[in-house]
Design a protein around this ligand. Structure first.
Ligand code: ZN
Length: 254
């Protein structure tokens, strides 16, 4: 990493949080409320770097406010804690739509038949550099303490996968992910519910993104039902969310 980049990031991380940000984090980001004190301090620094480096745009004329940017960045930065952060180099801009948006879809089945259609999406990460989110889904999932889903964690996990070559890799972590992915496919086929959302059975990349959501949002269920997977994710993220506080704790002042 360039010396100047490293120095600029260090300076940003050491700046005090702008007024009002702490209140937004405490009141509107359940994941933040569950973090221990030193993790919160680390997150404050990462959030300031991410917000300084990434361009946010409103899709379809949607006005993205500072509060929205902060809520999105805080959740994205939870994935960076305890690591040498690279701040999602493959994301050049974050596009936020007011609600689910329509996108063209091309599907190819096993016989090679191509179907063109339109897909409703709550978010996506494009390898070309845009990460897209539906604000309505960010609120419905990330701001609900009882939600097993988190579209922000999901899409940023796709970036980490692309950046680190996780699901395309061959190491022990990739092997554990692949084994658990095949298990989920089998459970879905047999109609057996698991802690993981069945969307993870789509392909290995979706499995990693879904497993990441579950790891942070429902760590106790994941650890109980998928111990090996929980341990592998815990090693990758260098975090143990099952030891965090209770997200149901009321935010201060609410
Ligand atoms: Zn996905």
């Amino acid at each position: 990493m360039l010396f100047f980049t490293r120095r600029r990031r260090r300076r940003l991380r050491n700046e005090p949080l702008p007024q009002g940000w702490l209140q937004v984090l405490e009141q509107e980001v359940p994941l933040y409320r569950r973090l221990h004190g030193e993790d919160r301090d680390e997150l404050h620094g990462h959030v300031q770097v991410l917000l300084a480096e990434k361009a946010f745009e409103g899709g379809g004329g949607f006005a993205v406010t500072e509060r929205m940017r902060l809520i999105i960045a805080a959740q994205a930065c939870v994935l960076l804690l305890h690591r040498e952060p690279t701040y999602y180099p493959r994301v050049s801009s974050i596009i936020v739509y007011e609600e689910e948006y329509l996108a063209p879809l091309t599907e190819v089945d096993e016989c090679g038949v191509v179907t063109e259609g339109i897909d409703r999406r709550s978010g996506e990460f494009s390898p070309e550099g845009a990460l897209v989110l539906s604000w309505e889904d960010v609120v419905a999932e990330g701001l609900d303490v009882h939600s097993a889903y988190n579209v922000v964690l999901h899409e940023f996990a796709h970036e980490l996968d692309a950046e680190d070559g996780i699901t395309a890799g061959t190491g022990g972590f990739a092997e554990i992910l692949r084994r658990n992915y095949l298990q989920l496919k089998r459970s879905v086929r047999l109609g057996r519910p698991t802690a993981l959302d069945e969307y993870g059975a789509e392909n290995p990349a979706e499995f990693f993104a879904v497993a990441t959501e579950c790891f942070f949002q429902e760590p106790l269920s994941l650890r109980a039902g998928h111990t090996e997977l929980y341990r592998a994710l815990s090693e990758y993220y260098r975090q143990d969310p099952a030891q965090w506080g209770d997200s149901c704790t009321s935010p201060p002042g609410s």
